[in-house]
Design a protein around this ligand. Structure first.
Ligand code: UDP
Length: 252
């Protein structure tokens, strides 16, 4: 479609401006402020010297990696009440926390975290669509910075990562397949996908649904191709960031 215009003027296959700021939360072992346009998420990683009780009870060897996601009250246009004052966890937040944990565990050899849990915390500073995919992209970087520090300090024997991981949203907006949707597009999109892939090009998760709409097999193929293109670019940016901050030691 030639007359198609996105609200921010981007081409249908263009990402928003993406940036990573290292050590944003200085007390975390590794931290990154990730921005996808106006979506900004603080990602922190810290190691705890214990494993979950189910692992201890079942004598599961190795370690664990887990994630928690939350939106700061002022990250949204209308104030979002904290779970602590609501008295119960927000279902959406729990689902996104699990997604981030699964995404990161897909690229970690848990045997190389013996007796430890690597905690990833993602706190949304500003939400403008795609907070879960930005969280995964930044969480990987925060975790890699943390792991490097822990290996240097001999708190971990070696780097447990086997690949990189990144994520992006794609969708159908105004009848057109588009990459990396901000809130204004996400709100009106008829199809909404979140895709998680590794740097080596493997899929980790594809979550997609029609919002009171359906989609064809051809559109599905187009959405996946668009996500692959976006994640390939994101993966290149992640590698450039790590090359700058890890001074060598990049096997992938
Ligand atoms: N949003 C919001 N309040 C909420 C949940 C979502 O303002 O409680 C907005 C926010 O901009 C978010 C967008 O809606 O980024 C899309 O939300 P969705 O649940 O699709 O998750 P996301 O795209 O952020 O991963």
């Amino acid at each position: 479609m030639t007359d198609f215009t996105r609200p921010d003027g981007r081409l249908s296959d263009a990402l928003r401006e993406i940036s990573f700021e290292a050590d944003f939360a200085a007390n975390a072992t590794g931290s990154v402020l990730v921005s996808f346009g106006d979506t900004k998420v603080i990602c922190g990683a810290m190691l705890e010297k214990r494993v979950p009780s189910w692992m201890r009870a079942q004598n599961v060897p190795g370690g664990w990696l887990t994630a928690e996601y939350s939106m700061l009250p002022y990250s949204t246009l209308e104030r979002k009440q904290r779970d602590s004052s609501r008295g119960k966890p927000d279902g959406r937040g729990v689902e996104i926390s699990r997604l981030i944990g699964r995404a990161l565990r897909a690229v970690v050899d848990l045997q190389k975290l013996p007796g430890h849990t690597l905690w990833i915390d993602c706190d949304v500073l500003r939400a403008d669509g795609g907070t879960r995919t930005a969280s995964i992209t930044g969480a990987y970087l925060a975790a890699r910075l943390a792991v490097q520090k822990l290996v240097d300090e001999k708190a971990l024997p070696e780097n447990p990562f086997t690949d990189s991981v990144g994520a992006v949203s794609v969708g159908i907006y105004n009848g057109q397949t588009v990459l990396d949707l901000p809130y204004v597009e996400d709100r009106d999109a008829t199809v909404d996908f979140n895709v998680v892939m590794t740097g080596k090009g493997q899929f980790v998760e594809v979550q997609g649904s029609g919002e009171e709409a359906t989609f064809t097999e051809e559109e599905l193929a187009k959405l996946i191709a668009l996500a692959k293109k976006g994640i390939k670019e994101i993966s290149g940016m992640q590698a450039a960031f790590l090359t700058k901050h890890l001074l060598g030691d990049l096997s992938f």
